[in-house]
Design a protein around this ligand. Structure first.
Ligand SMILES: Nc1nc2c(ncn2[C@@H]2O[C@H](COP(=O)(O)OP(=O)(O)OP(=O)(O)O)[C@@H](O)[C@H]2O)c(=O)[nH]1
Ligand SMILES: [Mg+2]
Ligand SMILES: [Zn+2]
Length: 288
C-alpha cells in the first residue's frame, strides 16, 4: 500500500503523486466506489497490482470545494482585476464570504495591476482587505515573488470571473505552462470558458488549480448566522452588542453598527453584508 495524492481525474482514470514525487496512473477499487469517490487533492492509499494500481482508501478531508471538486484546499485565490473587468469590492466580499463558509482561507489576488494608472483609490480599498486576508497584486511585468512564496507547500485554487486572468497568471508563474487564454472581449461574453477539467499543477513546491470563470454565486445554503461569522471584520465587536443574537441590523446598542459609524469597519463591507442577508432571505443564486 502506498500513500499518494490525487492530482488529476479524467473519467475513471486517476493520476496520483507520492510524497517523493513519483507519478502514476490508477483506477478506483470496486468497494470504494460505493463509498467516497476520490477527488482531486485527496490523500489516498494505492494498492499496486501486477498490471493495475487501484485506490483502496481515501483519507479524511480537511475541507472540500464543489464546482470545481477539490479536496484539502489550503487557500482559494480570489482573482479580481483592476480593470477589464473592473474591480468590484461587492464581488470580492460575496466570494470571500462563500470561501470562508466552505472553511477555506481566502486570499485576494488583484490582477492586471499593469492596467491601472492611478492606484491610490484602489490601494485604500486593498488596505482594508489586508487587515483580514493576504492580498497580492499581479500583472504583466509585475513582480510576483510574494505570491509564489505564499503558495509554497499549499494547494491553491483560483477562482474569479471569466476574463480576470486566472489562466494567464498560471502561465506567468511557471514557464512550463501554456494554458489557453482568451481575449477579454470574448471572455466577457457569457457561457464561454477556456478552462475545463480540474487538475493540480505543480508550481514552486506547491499546487495550483485553474478553474473556469463562474457565472453565478449561490447563497442558498447559508444562514444569517453563517454569514455573520464569515464577515470577520465584525468579530472584535460582536460580543459587545447588547443582544447575544444581535443581527447588526436594527437592534439598539449594536457594537457592529457603532464600529461602522466610527469607521472602524468599512461602510462598504457593512452595506454588502446587508445585501447578502437579503439574498439569503430570498434563497437566491445570483447570476453575474
Ligand atoms: N494587461 C493585462 N492583461 C492580462 C493580464 N492577465 C490576463 N490578461 C488578459 O486578460 C484576458 C483574459 O485572460 P485569461 O487568463 O484567459 O482569463 P481567465 O480568468 O482564465 O478566464 P476564464 O478561463 O474564461 O475564466 C487575456 O486577453 C489576457 O491576455 C495582466 O496581468 N495584464
Ligand atoms: Mg482561464
Ligand atoms: Zn450588533
Amino acid at each position: 500500500m502506498q500513500r499518494a495524492r490525487v492530482i488529476r481525474i479524467i473519467s475513471n482514470h486517476y493520476t496520483c503523486i507520492t510524497e517523493k514525487g513519483d507519478v502514476f496512473a490508477t483506477g478506483a477499487s470496486g468497494k470504494l466506489r460505493k463509498g467516497v469517490s476520490p477527488m482531486v487533492g485527496d490523500w489516498v492509499d494505492v494498492l499496486h497490482g501486477s498490471d493495475l494500481s487501484v485506490i483502496e482508501r481515501v483519507y479524511p478531508r480537511s475541507n472540500q470545494m464543489m464546482r470545481p471538486s477539490v479536496a484539502n484546499v489550503d487557500a482559494i485565490l480570489v482573482v479580481m482585476s483592476t480593470l477589464k473587468p473592473e474591480f468590484s469590492s461587492l464581488l470580492v466580499d460575496r466570494i470571500t464570504w462563500l470561501v470562508r463558509q466552505a472553511n477555506i482561507q481566502p486570499v485576494l489576488v488583484v490582477s492586471k495591476w499593469d492596467l491601472l494608472n492611478d492606484k491610490a483609490e484602489l490601494e485604500k480599498t486593498l488596505d482594508d482587505y489586508r487587515k483580514v486576508m493576504p492580498v497580492f497584486t499581479v500583472g504583466k511585468g509585475v513582480d510576483n515573488s510574494a505570491l509564489m512564496k505564499f503558495m509554497a507547500n499549499k494547494i491553491c485554487v483560483l477562482t474569479g470571473q471569466s476574463g480576470v486572468g486566472k489562466s494567464s497568471l498560471i502561465n506567468r508563474l511557471d514557464e512550463r505552462y501554456t494554458i489557453k487564454t482568451q481575449e477579454i472581449s470574448k471572455a466577457l461574453g457569457r457561457g464561454k470558458h477556456t478552462t475545463r477539467h480540474v487538475e493540480l499543477l505543480p508550481v514552486q513546491q506547491g499546487w495550483i488549480a485553474d478553474t473556469p470563470g463562474f457565472s453565478s454565486l449561490d447563497f442558498s445554503h447559508m444562514t444569517h448566522e453563517d454569514l455573520i461569522k464569515c464577515v470577520v471584520e465584525f468579530e472584535p465587536y460582536r460580543e459587545h452588542c447588547r443582544f447575544r443574537n444581535c443581527q447588526h441590523v436594527n437592534e439598539p446598542d449594536c457594537a457592529v453598527k457603532k464600529a461602522v459609524e466610527d469607521k472602524k469597519i468599512p461602510q462598504d463591507r457593512y452595506t454588502h453584508y446587508l445585501e447578502v442577508r437579503i439574498l439569503i432571505d430570498q434563497k437566491k443564486e445570483i447570476y453575474l
